[in-house]
Design a binder for this molecule. Structure first.
Ligand SMILES: [Zn+2]
Length: 79
């Protein structure tokens, strides 16, 4: 009666993110789309989450689910 099953690693669910990047990306995208739909519903879609200024159409076109304007995105990356 030796140990025939490999040990379950329930304590290390963090390892799941080591799996396919696509999966993590998909989950993240879904979150973003849901957030965008919520913002549409609330009437705040197209408004920067950070500076409350209307977002430019170009950045929305590039990333319809983005929640911050171009300049705030750059600020966040830099900062
Ligand atoms: Zn902004």
């Amino acid at each position: 009666m030796g140990p025939r099953l490999s040990p379950l690693r329930l304590g290390s669910l963090g390892d799941v993110t080591d799996g396919p990047d696509d999966l993590a990306f998909l989950a993240q995208s879904l979150d973003r789309v849901e957030a965008a739909l919520f913002r549409l519903d609330a009437g705040t879609y197209g408004t920067c989450d950070h500076c409350d200024q209307p977002m430019d159409a170009a950045s929305l076109e590039r990333d319809p689910a983005s929640t911050v304007c171009t300049s705030c995105t750059q600020t966040r990356i830099d900062g």
